[in-house]
Design a protein around this ligand. Structure first.
Ligand code: C2E
Ligand code: MG
Ligand code: MG
Length: 373
């Protein structure tokens, strides 16, 4: 992501060549997509898989030299055995995948054999996915709204819509639990449309209740952002509820914005031409090309709460925050700090020149009635 697609593709090619060299002609080595690969081997005993896995990890760990850039990558492997771990190809793949996630969670760069306990989380994901398919029809999804402020003690200037799932058995689920599943299954597209519509309907209700100046921010996932239907969805939601485009801000994370910068620029320019505002969310956690940031038609940078959290204890975080504020200023962007939990943080951030603040100290995400009160 940091060096761009082209270099990334060449890295993948070089990496595959190294791995291929370790395999036998009868072995299968295939790319599933992105940076995920699958290897199918006939072996005598499980230890044979260990030998191959260790060789692959060592080969991939050697630095790659591409265009004078020295790149260091690591491999996370998951191993599933037939017929011990699975009875079908499908299951074998799913179980290797579950084992791979285990490696990733354990700090990457290594291998893990599938065990039935991993199945539990794989099963849970599958169940959540099935439930999620019906969640919209059953009205289990809802939005909470977190207020945004220019300064403490002043009225709110708007809200960020945050998705919640009232699961019949598991209770209220946070988006971190189910958005990744929605994203991987494509369900995020209909859900995202629902969020846009619902947030615009809510803003209309607030405008009608006399809060004419309030704005609404809606988060977009990577899949939504690259979907050709996005422009129409946004336009339709605005029209349906009679919302002026400049009252709506779409938030995309820094990582999403920078993933394929040229494509992002096209989409962002179309959205901006329509009149909606763009915020770069979780700023500071990904890699930004400053050259591209300058060209992005964004109106807002949101400093990730990880920097805000350690502001007072950590001089480096304080330095990063003040650099982001300066950067935002010079690019004429509104700088918003998220995750403001204490009065000290709030005062410090306001002092640095943050234009807006959001966080538990000023207001938690809440249901729309409470928000209005
Ligand atoms: P985000 O857009 O960065 O949203 C801010 C998150 O920080 C929210 O978590 C919010 O509740 C939390 N937060 C706000 N103030 C504080 C604070 O003072 N301290 C702490 N510790 N946390 C605070 P939430 O609601 O769990 O959302 C997590 C992420 O899920 C969001 O991060 C956003 O990326 C994603 N998300 C939420 N709603 C949607 C949605 O409708 N669509 C999509 N695609 N993603 C969504
Ligand atoms: Mg956000
Ligand atoms: Mg954020």
């Amino acid at each position: 992501d940091a060096y761009g697609h082209q270099l990334g593709d060449r890295l993948l090619v070089k990496m595959s060549q190294r791995v291929s060299a370790l395999l036998r002609p009868q072995d299968t080595f295939a790319r599933l997509g992105g940076d995920e690969f699958v290897i199918v081997l006939a072996i005598e005993e499980p230890d044979d898989a260990v030998v191959v896995a260790e060789r692959i990890i060592a080969a991939v760990a050697e630095p790659f030299l591409i265009d004078a850039a020295e790149l260091q990558v690591s491999a996370s492997l998951g191993i599933a055995l037939y017929p011990d771990d699975a009875t079908s190809e499908r299951e074998l793949m799913a179980h290797a995948d579950a084992a791979m996630y285990h490696t990733k969670e354990g700090g990457r760069n290594g291998y893990t054999f599938f065990t039935p306990s991993m199945q539990v989380s794989a099963n849970r994901q599958l169940r959540l996915l099935q439930d999620l398919r019906r969640a919209t029809e059953r009205g289990e999804l809802l939005l909470h709204y977190q207020p945004k402020f220019v300064a403490a003690g002043t009225p709110a200037v708007g809200a960020e819509a945050l998705l919640r799932w009232q699961h019949p058995e598991l209770g209220m689920l946070s988006p971190d639990v189910f958005i990744p599943i929605a994203e991987r299954s494509g369900l995020i597209l209909p859900i995202g449309d629902w969020v846009l519509d619902q947030a615009c309907a809510q803003l209309r209700a607030w405008h009608d209740a006399g809060q004419h100046e309030w704005t609404m921010a809606v988060n977009l996932s990577p899949l939504q952002f690259s979907s050709p239907a996005l422009l129409d969805s946004v336009r339709a939601a605005l029209q349906r509820h009679g919302i002026a485009p400049e009252r709506l801000t779409l938030e995309i994370t820094e990582t999403t914005a920078m993933k394929d910068v040229e494509a992002s620029l096209v989409i962002l320019n179309d959205l901006t031409a329509m009149g909606v505002h763009i915020a770069i969310d979780d700023f500071g956690t990904g890699y930004s090309s400053l050259l591209y940031l300058k060209r992005m038609p964004a109106t807002e940078l949101k400093i990730d709460r990880a920097f805000v959290r350690d502001l007072e204890q950590n001089a480096e975080d304080a330095a990063i925050v003040s650099s982001i504020v300066a950067l935002g200023r010079s690019l004429q962007l509104q700088v918003v700090a998220e995750g403001v939990e204490t009065r000290e943080q709030q005062e410090y951030l306001s002092g640095l020149g943050c234009d807006q603040l959001q966080g538990y100290h000023l207001g938690r995400p809440m249901d729309p009635d409470e928000f209005l009160r």
